[in-house]
Design a protein around this ligand. Structure first.
Ligand code: APR
Length: 231
């Protein structure tokens, strides 16, 4: 009897909503060098280029909708009678818009801003630039997207580790298993005796660590898995 579930999602869960993944053949990192737009060094070297990248991403997410996989995960949270935590690597807000609440954005969110001057984090839906003013300290020139870049520490790792340590079911959805610490979560859960399941278009880099897998588009394999689990 499953009593505690941790789910990890990646870009693949949003792919069928029309948001590009990172490492698929036509993915974001095949078009943009991640070192220029997703590292502190890239931001220091050319903040305008980084702001343009996230303004573009914020803009093109505005017109997309949650898909059946996001909806199925929100249903699982509502109907599953046990501990539940959804950890996403995604910076879009499609999980929230589908109704997920027990949710951690470990890589931050692109519709939030972080002030490097005072440390405050605020919702941000407009264009952002070095001329943007911090709503808290009112200073200009310190605003950056509240997104965790390569080399930075993901958010809420203590809470995530604690949940992994006591879950009996770990499900990884739509992630290539390339980026740590997220790619290591399956091994932590497995070491604690959890059943591990991968729902992904194709076997990920970490496929060997999963007890079970269902490979196919998230809008098919996720609702099917949720239906079976809740039955
Ligand atoms: N349904 C299910 N899985 C899919 C679909 C789909 N429709 N389309 C693609 N996938 C799978 C791909 O097979 C791949 O394994 O989703 C995965 C996407 O992998 P990545 O593009 O590497 O994205 P992700 O794993 O989320 O990247 C992790 O890397 O660049 C950083 O911070 C960024 O959060 C991101 C992190």
């Amino acid at each position: 009897m499953t009593s505690s579930i941790v789910i990890l999602t990646g870009a693949g869960v949003s792919a069928e909503s029309g948001i590009s993944t990172f490492r698929d053949p036509d993915g974001i990192w095949s078009k943009v060098d991640y070192r220029e737009v997703a590292t502190p060094q890239g931001f220091a070297a050319n903040p305008a280029r980084v702001h343009a990248f996230y303004n573009w991403r914020r803009q093109n997410v505005r017109s997309v909708e949650p898909n059946a996989a996001h909806v199925a995960l929100a249903r699982m949270e509502r109907e599953f009678r046990g501990e539940f935590l959804l950890v996403t690597q995604n910076v879009d807000s499609l999980h929230e818009r589908a109704g997920s609440q027990k949710l951690i954005h470990m890589h931050g969110q692109h519709d939030r801003a972080l002030c490097a001057g005072c440390g405050s984090r605020n919702e941000w839906h407009d264009e952002m630039s070095m001329r943007s003013r911090c709503p808290a300290c009112q200073r200009v020139g310190h605003m950056r997207p509240d997104v965790v870049w390569f080399g930075e520490t993901p958010y809420e790792m203590d809470r995530i580790q604690a949940a992994l340590g006591q879950c009996d079911l770990f499900i990884s959805i739509g992630t290539s298993g390339n980026v740590y610490p997220a790619a290591g979560f399956v091994r932590i859960a497995r070491a604690e005796g959890a059943r591990t399941v991968e729902l992904n278009l194709v076997p990920s880099e970490g496929a060997v660590h999963f007890d079970e897998a269902d490979h196919g588009p998230a809008t098919r394999v996720v609702p099917a898995f949720v239906e079976k689990l809740l039955a």
